[in-house]
Design a protein around this ligand. Structure first.
Ligand SMILES: C[S@@+](CC[C@H](N)C(=O)[O-])C[C@H]1O[C@@H](n2cnc3c(N)ncnc32)[C@H](O)[C@@H]1O
Length: 265
């Protein structure tokens, strides 16, 4: 499977499954200090709201990075994932004593879960994979339905605007030959679906979500990867403190590959 074969797949669900035969999701968030910034920032926000032994639903759980982390902290986790490759990577790390129930499924249909049954619902993946707004709104509506009235919802997006700078780091001709509309600067939605900050905000408001935080979850970490990866622990901790100081500033939000929105219903 290569990118040409992937782009030729017309069935969207099949295309998402095959995407993760190409991308190694298992190490995306833990392969380096720079890659870890997104994970640590996201956990920092989730933990602001978690009570002990919370019930968490991880939708689009990937290879289980968040599910396993929270299960190890004695929270009870249900995880739903579409891709067989990611489920296999996740299962490899599951041990019988961990309170994780992992199933294969689609985020647009959470009918296996009861109304108002989770304290925290994580939707980290489907909103940057599904092309139709109707499907994305179905995911948001299902996530809301299963979230308790006082629960919190966490949404991840891939930002449209930072990709230019990170891709330019790999391809000197990106601004002339990159895959985006040369007038509007909208990226071509393949293999991911990209959104600007106002588009993310609009999507969640249309879905009836009250937004509590808008967060640049990884910020400049991919651009600065070499320097961040060379940091000792003390400097890395100080970098993270700065990142968390700046990551909700409106003037910084668009300059992040990943965006985290925290909300409630
Ligand atoms: C980049 S991975 C992120 C994994 C993990 N949630 C994280 O944040 O690290 C995106 C995940 O969303 C999953 N996904 C995409 N669309 C989905 C859908 N409609 N239903 C369930 N999972 C989906 C993909 O298979 C993939 O594992």
């Amino acid at each position: 499977m290569d990118f040409n074969e992937l782009s030729a797949i017309t069935d969207e669900i099949e295309q998402i499954r095959k995407t993760y035969e190409l991308f190694d999701e298992e190490y995306r968030l833990n392969r380096s200090k720079a890659a870890r910034v997104e994970f640590l920032t996201t956990v920092h926000y989730i933990e602001k709201y978690l009570q002990p032994r919370a019930k968490i639903l991880d939708i689009g759980a990937g290879a289980g990075e968040y599910s396993l982390y929270f299960a190890q902290k004695d929270h009870r986790v249900c995880a739903l994932e579409l891709s067989p490759a990611n489920i296999a990577a996740f299962r490899k790390k599951l041990t019988p004593e961990l309170p994780v129930e992992l199933v294969q499924g689609n985020a647009t249909d959470l009918s296996r879960y009861a109304d108002e049954s989770f304290d925290a619902v994580l939707l980290f993946g489907p909103l940057y994979h599904l092309h139709s707004e109707t499907d994305r709104q179905r995911c948001i509506s299902e996530a809301k339905r299963v979230c308790k009235p006082d629960g919190k919802l966490f949404f991840a997006f891939i930002g449209n605007d930072m990709v230019f700078l990170t891709e330019f780091g790999y391809r000197p001709d990106y601004f002339t030959n990159g895959d985006f509309d040369k007038t509007s600067f909208a990226l071509t939605d393949f293999p991911f679906v990209f959104h600007t900050v106002p588009e993310c905000r609009r999507m969640l408001l249309d879905g009836g979500i009250r937004i509590l935080h808008e967060v640049a979850s990884d910020g400049a970490s991919e651009l600065l990867a070499e320097r961040i990866n060379a940091m000792d622990e003390e400097n890395y901790a100080a970098y993270l403190r700065w990142h968390w100081y700046i990551c909700e500033k409106p003037e910084f939000l668009g300059m992040s590959n990943h965006l985290l929105f925290v909300g409630e219903k």
